[in-house]
Ligand binder design. Structure first.
Ligand code: MRU
Length: 364
């Protein structure tokens, strides 16, 4: 995707700069577009756990490069296995992270240690290219759903979409998952407008989704997380579309905390609720999302404090709770498959069921 006319991916290697890894510091957006240069596996692990880099597909891709950086220090079998485990443990819910590390290990184990660094950069590069291509395909399949709504309306009628968290290009290597169809619809002239849930506590919607959509010229409105049900009751949402961090083989969907409540409201108001995902987000080993998907519990300070830009123009944090009030911060929830209208994958759309997923991925 482009920033001020220049095409970017969300992660890239600078071969002329010691093969360092570059990402945008997402904790600085939308007020400042800072590029972070990562040169060690420790820096990569820190960037993932502090959410300087985030979004299920992107943390997998960046962790893959983290393993390449680790191999530059020590390419032995023991160090590789230990560093892979350390990277995989940086965040627990998004299965893409584990998937990317396992794929790296499977391709690197048969390679002699002296050839592992080059092989690791090459494999991480393939993971990135495939993610970008998968998301573009998701965009094309999801676009059909938006076209279908447009077809049944007078030409030019506004189509109102609602999304939660950030599943845009900055959460993936390129394009995004939930936002890819929206970009394509906008680019082909459909009159789309997006309700952007602010997505407390870290405000990925307000900070990142709004920034992405605004940079691309997509009309959007940021709303409080609690506003979606009201808008649905008043016919102001035509389609909900979200990303996900892990989908079970039965179609349960883990995504940013608050997604489940949107799905409940959508069902009550007969608003279609779609989930966009690359196949790297499917956990074929899990059948029951509510009981089996590990939910990340993040620091209480993300609830007690809010980050933003002060009136002096500087980025700052302010406390919003009384001193001493305890806070809890589950970062994800699970939307049961029965509330999901369908899944949008790189191979097409399917019902959120085991049969549906297996019809698209029979090799599983
Ligand atoms: O905690 P985050 O910001 O990494 O959570 C991200 C989400 O919940 C996204 O919706 C999900 O990773 C899909 S990104 C294409």
């Amino acid at each position: 995707m482009k920033i001020n006319g220049t095409p970017y991916r969300s992660v890239w290697v600078n071969e002329k700069d010691g093969w360092s890894i570059h990402i945008f510091d997402q904790t600085r957006l939308p007020f400042s577009l800072d590029i972070l240069r990562l040169t060690t596996q420790q820096e990569v692990a820190h960037a993932i756990s502090t959410m300087q880099v985030r979004g299920a597909p992107l943390i997998g891709a960046v962790a893959a490069y983290g393993l390449a950086l680790a191999l530059r220090q020590d390419a032995s079998d023991a160090a590789m296995e230990q560093n892979a485990a350390m990277l995989a443990a940086t965040r627990p819910t998004a299965v893409n992270l584990r998937w990317a590390i396992e794929r790296m290990l499977n391709s690197l184990r048969p390679v002699a240690p002296e050839n592992r660094v080059a092989a690791a950069y090459a494999e991480a590069g393939r993971i990135c290219d495939e993610d970008a291509a998968q998301n573009e395909a998701i965009g094309r399949h999801g676009l059909e759903l938006i076209r279908e709504i447009a077809k049944n309306r007078p030409a030019g009628t506004q189509i109102n979409l609602l999304t939660h968290c950030n599943a845009g290009w900055i959460a993936t290597v390129d394009w995004g998952t939930a936002l890819a169809p929206i970009y394509m619809a906008h680019d082909e002239g459909l009159n789309v407008h997006v309700w952007v849930d602010e997505t407390r506590p870290r405000n990925q919607g307000a900070a990142l989704t709004a920034w992405e959509l605004g940079s691309h010229g997509v009309p959007h409105t940021v709303i409080a997380d609690n506003a979606g049900g009201h808008l649905m009751q008043h016919g102001q949402v035509d389609l909900v579309i979200v990303g996900t961090d892990r989908v079970t083989r039965t179609g349960d969907v883990a995504n940013k905390i608050g997604t489940y409540l949107k799905a409940l409201a959508a069902q009550d108001n007969k608003v279609p609720f779609w989930v966009a995902l690359p196949s790297t987000t499917i956990d074929w080993s899990v059948a029951n999302g509510v009981t089996e998907i590990p939910i990340e519990e993040r620091t209480a300070s993300e609830i007690t404090h809010v980050a933003g830009r002060g009136e002096d123009g500087k980025q700052t944090r302010v406390q919003i709770t009384p001193d001493g009030s305890p806070a809890a911060n589950p970062a994800f929830d699970v939307t049961p498959a029965r509330l999901v209208t369908g899944l949008i994958t790189e191979r097409g759309v399917c019902p959120a069921t085991e049969d549906g997923l297996r019809s698209l991925f029979p090799e599983q």
